[in-house]
Design a protein around this ligand. Structure first.
Ligand SMILES: [Cu+2]
Length: 139
């Protein structure tokens, strides 16, 4: 019991995700999250140095476009961990129901964008992580 507590404390202290289930997904490809949702992420324009907008479309199981989930985005350069990283933030949705994530590609090289899909917290239930998508981008 004490060991379990210690490990949990260690994991929390180091910020290691309790469950690592990040899937590498391709830009522009429809990906299934679970039995209820699928999504697609694509850049509005070909990504280049500076700010690019990653647009995420979410569908429910009937193929209807929805904004039911919270999507938290972050990005970094794989080879320069932490140097350009941004604190994960909730991606805002547009009036037309797209999630629009501005990504600042500050230099050339290989970047990684992470998207965490979560249920929205309600009065009765906390937010639950459903899926983590990782997108590799070369600038
Ligand atoms: Cu860099």
């Amino acid at each position: 019991m004490r060991n379990v507590f210690f490990l949990t404390a260690l994991v929390l202290a180091l910020g290691i995700p309790a469950h690592v289930s990040a899937e590498t997904v391709k830009v522009g490809t429809k990906t299934v999250i679970n039995g209820s949702y699928s999504f697609k992420a694509e850049f509005v324009e070909r990504p280049k140095m500076g700010e690019s907008i990653l647009r995420i479309t979410l569908w429910d199981k009937d193929g209807k476009q929805v904004t039911d989930l919270e999507v938290v985005g972050s990005y970094d350069m794989a080879s320069m961990a932490g140097q350009h990283s941004m604190a994960p933030k909730t991606i805002l949705t547009s009036q037309r129901g797209f999630y629009l994530f501005p990504v600042n590609f500050a230099m050339r090289g290989k970047w990684q964008v992470d998207l965490v899909f979560k249920t929205k917290a309600t009065d009765n239930a906390p937010s639950t992580e459903l899926y983590t998508a990782t997108i590799q981008v070369s600038i």
